[in-house]
Design a protein around this ligand. Structure first.
Ligand code: GDG
Length: 454
């Protein structure tokens, strides 16, 4: 069997699998269950510009990482990746802060990664590259003569061609996708938008299978939704239910219902509207006052990007407002924390919750929605409130689906969830669980690698 090589911007090193292990690290571990190589940035910023590849081995997997220098970090990571591509591909043109030197830095880091990775590759390796930081990596590898199967997966949404047109020199970026044998997107909608942009911007018409035929080869675009290790997460939640911390959480609630939200502190996650909606719930439905507590875990992220600092200030203000207005001496309505919580504890907290709030303005998939579902007790499950603009909504129709731009709609859904009879909760959750336990991380890896081998 061919060796699998995973490439991602941040490599989750074996010794870092603590509090923050989640999402990608867990989702991709199935692809490397028979060993392989994981290549990418170490997360370290070095003082020099020429950085060697460092390697560690664990459970048959080689983790090969490279540091970035400050200038690369500023231009490639903070600049182009997170201040141009991230807002663009989340439909937020107004938040784009484009600079030509950032674009140059982005391509330059991709060239550096390609040069370092090419030296590690064996002829039969199957290379699977992840996410928006590394779109040009495949083309740079091809330029160096790499002939291996190359696949790419975009974890975030793709936008309609009319929005993509706003990206300066977008044509170059879009052309870079054609270096891959397979381009994976989270949903059918993202796949359609991607193919349409290729058609509008590059004038290349896909065939009926979504294949893009060019002089340099054939690329195929597939929709392949990412999932979670549902069984593993469910087992973790059942165990965590008996943990000291979950018991502490439950005893602090003194019988009140728990509403939970877990997100990276990111403007794509729709947190301000969610806070507004919770304030309106307490305002419009006084029967819920003192009967419900909302815990929002919003782990700080990308603090070097100014938009994220502004969001944090906004949420601090909103949280203070809600608690100032509605708190009683023995009840705090909103518990808001920006420190990360250990994954085991999160599993127990999801299980303890009556309502899970997942209301991003846009999201490639959203794994929190799937984790919340996997963690539920099927006899007495909670209710998931889910944004129609999360990729996960394509497959999870039995959640209470909301428009995250309308706080009143979120308020109504919260009220409906809090009063929903047990039989309806069971019924909805049974459908959702069937989906989450089938469309798993394992299936995601298997499908992508099969498409890449084809
Ligand atoms: C991108 C796309 C796509 C969150 N807070 C803590 C914590 N988390 C974990 C969650 C979950 C993961 O982080 C977040 O995954 P999401 O999917 O919700 O969102 P992004 O980080 O934006 O991920 C997204 C994903 O890639 C995968 O393709 O679904 O659309 O944007 O696993 O549990 N984990 C711990 N402590 C926290 O405080 N341990």
């Amino acid at each position: 069997m061919a060796r699998v090589v995973i490439v991602s911007n941040r490599v989750p090193l074996p010794n870092e699998r603590g509090a923050r292990a989640g999402g990608l690290a867990v989702g991709l571990s199935d692809a490397l269950k028979d060993g392989g190589l994981w290549f990418g940035w170490s997360g370290e910023i070095s003082k020099t510009t020429h950085n060697p590849v460092r390697k560690v081995e664990a459970a048959g997997v080689t983790y090969a990482t490279i540091d970035l220098c400050q200038e690369d970090y500023d231009r490639f990571y903070v600049g182009y990746a997170n201040s141009t591509l991230w807002p663009l591909l989340h439909f937020r043109l107004g938040l784009i802060d484009f600079k030509r030197e950032d674009l140059e830095g982005y391509f330059s880091v991709n060239r550096t990664f390609a040069a370092a990775l090419a030296l590690e590759l064996q002829p039969d390796d199957v290379v699977w590259i992840h996410d928006y930081h590394l779109i040009p990596l495949g083309a740079e590898l091809r330029r160096l003569g790499v002939r291996n199967r190359l696949g790419f997966f975009l974890h975030i949404p793709f936008v309609p061609a009319s929005l993509f047109a706003a990206l300066p020199q977008g044509e170059t970026l879009l052309r870079a996708f054609l270096a891959y044998d397979v381009v994976g997107l989270q949903t059918e909608e993202h796949r359609r938008d991607f193919l349409d942009a290729v058609k509008q911007v590059l004038g290349i018409e896909p065939d009926a299978d979504g294949q893009l035929v060019t002089a340099s080869g054939i690329s195929r675009a597939i929709a392949n939704p990412i999932g979670i290790d549902a069984r593993g997460f469910a087992a973790m939640a059942t165990k965590a239910e008996r943990s000291v911390e979950t018991k502490r959480l439950l005893s602090s609630l003194v019988g009140r219902d728990l509403v939970i939200g877990v997100d990276r502190l990111d403007y794509s996650k729709g947190l301000p509207n969610r806070f507004t909606a919770f304030g309106k719930l307490l305002q419009n439905y006084p029967e819920h006052r003192q009967k419900v507590s909302y815990l929002q875990v919003a782990a700080r992220s990308r603090e070097d990007v100014s938009e994220y600092q502004a969001l944090r200030r906004e949420l601090d203000r909103k949280a203070g407002n809600i608690n100032g207005r509605f708190a009683e001496f023995d009840w705090v309505p909103l518990r808001y924390m920006t420190r990360p919580v250990n994954r085991n504890l999160l599993a127990g907290f999801y299980r303890a919750a009556r309502v899970g709030l997942v209301t991003p303005l846009r999201d490639g998939m959203n794994l929190v929605a799937k984790e919340f579902i996997a963690a539920q007790d099927h006899n007495d499950p909670g209710v998931l409130i889910l944004s129609r603009f999360a990729g996960a909504a394509e497959d999870l129709a039995e959640a209470l689906i909301v428009n995250p731009y309308d706080p009143d709609e979120i308020t109504e859904a919260m009220h409906q969830a809090l009063i929903m009879p047990q039989t309806e909760r069971q019924d909805r959750m049974a459908h959702l669980r069937a989906r989450v336990f089938t469309s798993t991380a394992e299936a995601y890896c298997r499908n992508f690698l099969a498409a890449l081998a084809a």
